[in-house]
Design a protein around this ligand. Sequence first.
Ligand code: FES
Ligand code: FES
Length: 153
Amino acid sequence: MKQVVSLDINGEIHELAVHGDATLLSVLRESLGLCGTKRGCDSGGCGSCTVHVDGQAVYSCMTYAVSAQGRKIVTIEGLSTDGRLDQVQQAFIEKGAVQCGYCTCGMIMTTKQLLRDHPHPDDDTIRHGIAGNLCRCTGYHKIVEAIKTAANA
Ligand code: FES
Ligand code: FES
């Protein structure tokens, strides 16, 4: 059975009917068309679906949409301001940290929290911080460089 939920996403309130077992990932992508958040494993193992809920990076595939009511949700679409990319997005582009791009949105959302918790992280802190986000393409080196660049921006 569906129930009506009110979700605060990127500063906008969305009211919609969802099944109790609908994940935040499925609601973002399939109900709201916010497809920057990617579905990879759909089981909490890859990080491609990472969004922020009340400022914490979470796997949206492992989060029920109903549990996100009354909380502030931010997706990759919510990072830019007045058409300008966020400094982490910009750094990923500048450093060539994007190849196929499938992991990138989740990686950037995780990086946002990492830099909030550790404004000037060393390499070990960065690699530990992004350990829950898998990238099959880059070998991580350019991602680490991009995160250091964003930290110094
Ligand atoms: S799709 Fe959510 S962790 Fe992989
Ligand atoms: S850029 Fe392809 S998975 Fe990371």
